[in-house]
Design a binder for this molecule. Structure first.
Ligand code: NAD
Length: 359
């Protein structure tokens, strides 16, 4: 029997509730496919601060480094907001990204027919949207040097950030873009600002070069300002978008809001090798509804589907989970965040059970 180890870090707030449902789904899928998922649960974020004084212990870091994949719920909450930045719950995420070498953030945004009214855009614009934004996570404007604020002789100040990318950094994110596109509709749009920024001129050149190894994927290029506009004008044109860190930060949030429902969106952060990957919902720990049993577990369940696809090459099982979610929505089950009159209000665990039943 095949065996994969998964480090499970539920985190804070609604994290444990949603992760509980997602793990039930993972177990069921494993049973069906004859694969053993050895899940080891551990504390991260605020819950780790309460128990150990730090958001990520060396032991938990070791667990994540020795696992085949990491599943994360969410971290943070008002309780820990007064703490020094160096030991805030969110530091755990930054440390995990750094130590696992996660450089590609993969965020799908898909419209479910039954939730089309949740979007602020017209149904005819978003019906059928199914796209992925891949954001480079470790370079670009957020990390380039020189950076900082300096005092000038005349008493004014000067702020500097630098957009930096090397050829290997662009090559590896481009490869992720082409690989993800290959598993989908085989269209990759590389987003840059090559008409103004030399860094992204290099980006475009390198992406084109890598594209020669992927003749089956149709490559196009778009300037970031046009992409921001096209995402709301005609989002159906996109399959996979790959872009720089800052551009990706903005575009992935824009793309996710096409769907209008934060509790539905999964994400993956991928590293250089198959066993370096972390999967998590895009939403936070939702302290306002934690402990009430009303959180939407679908984003976390769909994160499991992404893990099966990207870490374990279990495409069929991944698609089965996505189809089960679609059926459950079609049958009218809704957690409070996506509830509309005329549908069936479900708790977090009822939603998890409903997905399980469809599997
Ligand atoms: P949030 O995503 O936690 O919540 C925003 C709103 O969406 C809230 O009204 C919440 O109730 C709702 N919501 C979020 N997920 C939901 C779900 N699954 N089901 C139903 N409703 C859901 O964002 P926030 O309020 O800005 O942040 C809360 C805490 O989470 C903060 O401490 C923040 O730092 C942290 N955070 C963590 C992550 C992460 O762990 N990756 C991401 C974002 C925010």
């Amino acid at each position: 029997m095949k065996r994969y180890s998964v480090a499970v870090l539920p985190g804070d707030g609604i994290g444990p509730e949603i992760m509980h449902e997602a793990m039930k789904v993972l177990k069921a899928v494993g049973k069906k496919a004859g694969v053993e998922f050895a899940a080891t649960e551990a504390l991260v974020g605020g819950s780790s601060i309460d128990a150990h004084g730090v958001p990520l212990t060396d032991e938990v870091l070791k667990l994540t480094l020795s696992s085949d994949a990491v599943m994360l719920g969410a971290v943070g909450g008002t309780k820990w907001e007064g703490l020094d930045y160096s030991i805030r719950p969110e530091r755990a995420l930054l440390a995990l990204r750094k130590e696992l070498g996660l450089f590609a953030n993969v965020r799908p945004a898909r419209i479910y027919k039954d939730l089309i009214d949740a979007s602020t855009l017209k149904p005819e614009v978003i019906d059928g949207v199914d796209l992925v934004v891949i954001r480079e996570l470790t370079g670009g404007l957020y990390f380039g040097t020189p950076k900082g604020v300096e005092k000038l002789p005349d008493g004014t100040e000067r702020g500097v950030n630098t957009m930096v990318y090397t050829t290997p950094e662009i090559e590896r994110i481009a490869k992720v873009g082409f690989e993800v596109a290959r598993k989908r509709r085989k269209k990759l749009c590389s987003v840059d600002k090559a008409n103004v920024l030399e860094t992204t001129e290099l980006w475009r050149k390198v992406v084109i070069k890598i594209g020669q190894d992927y003749p089956d994927v149709e490559l196009s290029h778009m300037y970031v300002d046009n992409c921001a506009m096209q995402l709301v004008r005609n989002p159906k044109q996109f399959d996979v978008i790959v872009t720089e860190n800052t551009f990706g930060d903005i575009l992935s949030d824009e793309a996710s809001m096409l769907t209008g429902s934060i509790g539905m969106l999964p994400s993956a952060s991928l590293g250089a090798t198959k066993n370096r990957a972390m999967y998590e919902p895009i939403h936070g720990s939702a302290p306002d509804i934690a402990g009430k049993g009303i959180a939407n577990p679908i984003a976390t369940i769909l994160s499991v589907a992404m893990m099966l696809k990207y870490s374990f090459d279990m495409e069929d099982a991944s698609v089965a989970i996505e189809a089960a979610v679609e059926k459950v929505l079609n049958k009218g089950y809704r957690t409070a965040d996506i509830y509309q009159p005329g549908t069936k209000k479900a708790s977090c665990s009822e939603m998890g059970e409903a997905v399980l039943k469809e599997l």
